[in-house]
Ligand binder design. Structure first.
Ligand code: GTP
Ligand code: MG
Length: 216
């Protein structure tokens, strides 16, 4: 991936740094997914995001992994911010709510924006709110999975930030698509830092590989 840096320090430890952007329509659960992943916390009160950058750091079998996770705004379209998020990220999590088919349409648009700007980058499509039973505006699970996995060759994960279902699986899938050498264990030590929301530019892109669907 573009800012993946695998470097040896004194010949022993490796460092890998990924920047992940989380995009999707308003209120689909982007911030909730990040909060559940980094802090094991879910808040049922909604607070609109403008833009936030988080950092998770892990030690996995001698590899120091840093994940910078960019949480973006769903409510207001900030085209310049979105463009920068797309150009500066190594991998993408596109979230829709399984209860709202309009939010899946937004994922389609976002994916088009990404592939128009970037050649081949790892993308995981997430159907969130799997804890809510389906209704008339729900997205059909099989259709969404087939579009994401077969047509788009992306990863696909059905999740619930509320119940903490498949949340680590989203990041595992993204790392797998990014050819990260070790699986991300749910038990890895988590450390979180808020960071200023400045973006840096990238120069090369890691090749997308085998995708998979995780449907619970
Ligand atoms: N039942 C259920 N509710 C959820 C889930 N994930 C998020 N929510 C709720 O949905 C609302 C929106 O969640 P957020 O995480 O703030 O959504 P967002 O996509 O970050 O929204 P913006 O920042 O406006 O783009 C909140 O009230 C959450 O508590 C879920 O998996 N299940
Ligand atoms: Mg948010």
């Amino acid at each position: 991936m573009s800012r993946q840096r695998i470097c040896s320090e004194g010949g022993a430890e490796k460092e890998v740094h990924y920047r992940i952007a989380v995009l999707g329509a308003a209120e689909v659960g982007k911030s909730s997914i990040i909060s559940q992943f980094l802090y094991d916390r879910f808040n049922s009160e909604y607070k609109e995001t403008v833009e936030e950058l988080y950092r998770g750091q892990y030690n996995i079998d001698g590899i120091r992994l840093t994940l910078d996770i960019l949480d973006t705004a769903g409510h207001h379209e900030f085209p310049a911010m979105r463009k920068l998020a797309i150009s500066s990220s190594d991998a993408f999590i596109l979230v829709y709510s399984m209860t709202d088919s309009n939010s899946f349409d937004e994922v389609k648009k976002l994916r088009e924006d990404i592939i128009a700007q970037r050649e081949k980058v790892p993308i995981v499509i997430v159907g969130n709110k799997s804890d809510i039973s389906s209704n008339v505006s729900s997205v059909d699970k099989e259709t969404a999975a087939s579009i994401a996995c077969v047509d788009w060759e992306s990863g696909f994960v059905q999740a619930s930030a509320k119940d903490n279902t498949n949340i680590v699986g989203i990041f595992q899938e993204l790392l797998r698509l990014s050819d990260f050498p070790q699986p991300l264990s749910p038990a890895v030590r988590r450390r979180r830092m808020s960071m200023p929301t400045t973006s840096s530019s990238s120069n090369s892109i890691h090749k997308h590989s085998r995708n998979s669907c995780v449907i619970s």
